[in-house]
Design a protein around this ligand. Sequence first.
Ligand SMILES: [Zn+2]
Length: 439
Amino acid sequence: MCPRCCMMIWNEHIETMSRDEMHQLQSENLRSAVKRVYEFVGPYRRKMQQIGLEPGDIKSIDDLHKLPFTTKDDLRDAYPYGMISVPMEQVIRLHASSGTTGKQTVVAYTKNDIDLWSEVMARSLTMTGVTRNDIVHVSYGYGLFTGGLGSHYGAECIGAVTVPVSTGNTKRQVQLLRDFGATVLMCTPSYALYLAETIEQAGFLDELKLRVGIFGAEPWTEEMRLMIEEKLRLSAHDIYGLSEIIGPGVSCECGMKNGLHVAEDHFVPEIIDPKTDKPMDEGEYGELVFTCITKEAMPLIRYRTRDISSLNYQKCECGRTSVRMSKPKGRVDDMLIIRGVNVFPSQIESVLMGITETAPFFMLVVDRVNNLDTLEVKVEMRPEFFSDEVRVIERLRNRIAREIESALGLSVIVTLAEPKSIERSEGKAVRVIDRRKLY
Ligand SMILES: [Zn+2]
């Protein structure tokens, strides 16, 4: 039990293990994972042979950096079954990630993999303070996307009442939240804001019993956390995962909300410099890389997530010793380079969340005019501040532009949109339109 927040630890043996014991456990599991992929997964065998590496060269987790990386392209090239390391009769589930940019990527699970997923999700829910006495409303999509089913397993595993609502029909969701007395909400943070807006309109807030929110599948800022907590009157926690590694449950925030505890007995994290591919030091921001050391069907080695984070190996005040990753800042691919300045949408979100007159819905449009990059920030006004008076609008527009400019060191064009004019998202929000790529 944690003395400060009275939270239980689901798997105390693993989650509070000493660093030495964890090192030993990871080393053993890494050795067998590498042997297995070398023997059964053609693309890994070829990659290792190309650099003259044999499974016997990997003696401990300290040798992890010698292994080749895996990228999303490797998964696309091996579509659909080329990365699977067990006979198909042992596979009981497939998931796939959206193929918005080309071919889909497929991931496979054995029965043990599904059990492992339930275990890491049970740890995650427990660390946010969820118990068997809770009613968990799951608004992540069910289906090929892993968000819905992963959350579902975690909630059932700890014995909570699980409500598999999935996405869509927001008015009905709000009604069910009230009627079923949900105490826990699981969805994307952008959908949480959309729900909050709908709840406000319905005048239901006082009738809700929500106390914990577990939000993930897209990067979100501290400012957004405060806004969601205030609007939904709950404690908001970040959960992280990706289908290539297992789905949600790779890491999650405990009550301290100071980094996400990684289930590192299964998924070993590293931070690398995305340009040089070299490992980076503790505390430095870079690309997050994971190695699956216990999975059976598809144990990916050094998978490059494209997410930007940092690692902290200090023991947490909650009592857990597992390494913490910082709340992801964004994705390597989301980083916009505008007139030579690196910009993350999350930096703009931070500024906009602090402005009273605008709603938390925005869109970034990047363009190139006369060979010069432009960044337009379209943000929606709150109905109570919306005005037809040009002078009022102009003053607000200038203030927002100044604040963004001082945060980014870059001039931007601010457009104030009418209330409710920016499309609401039921899953991952699309916040950037880069017209430069469309030409
Ligand atoms: Zn902790």
